[in-house]
Design a protein around this ligand. Structure first.
Ligand code: FE2
Ligand code: FE2
Length: 125
């Protein structure tokens, strides 16, 4: 899976690691394996991905913190509803909803956020 590379390397690292885990999850779904653990691992990774961006946005007073966080919260709440769903449902959800969402999110508000972090010389820790 290809994702847009942004002007802020720490965000790219988080995204590329998430994509690896997402590919693992999709492969397991395609093989119809029990994905309970991988799904939990993925949800945790998404939580950390979003928390990382949100803490930096707060630290550097990013002007679109609220709409960016709202996008995160919305999709995270969807992920929380997946725990009791079967593999067919999950496959459809990830292919038709989550992956297009993630690509769009990275190409729009994450791009603006990364551009801002780059411009102000944001530092992680
Ligand atoms: Fe992101
Ligand atoms: Fe984001």
């Amino acid at each position: 899976m290809n994702i847009k590379i942004l002007n802020f390397e720490p965000m790219n690292n988080v995204h590329l690691n998430e994509i690896k885990l997402l590919e693992k999850l999709i492969n397991e779904l395609n093989e119809n394996k029990n994905v309970t653990d991988t799904l939990e691992e993925f949800i945790k990774d998404v939580e950390e991905h979003f928390a990382f961006e949100e803490s930096l946005m707060k630290k550097y007073n990013f002007f679109a913190y609220i709409p960016h966080k709202m996008e995160h919260d919305k999709i995270l709440n969807e992920l929380y509803t997946l725990r009791d769903k079967n593999n067919e449902y999950l496959k459809k959800y990830f292919n038709e909803r989550f992956i297009p969402w993630l690509n769009n999110h990275i190409e729009t508000i994450d791009t603006v956020t990364a551009g801002y972090f780059n411009m102000i010389g944001a530092e992680v820790k």
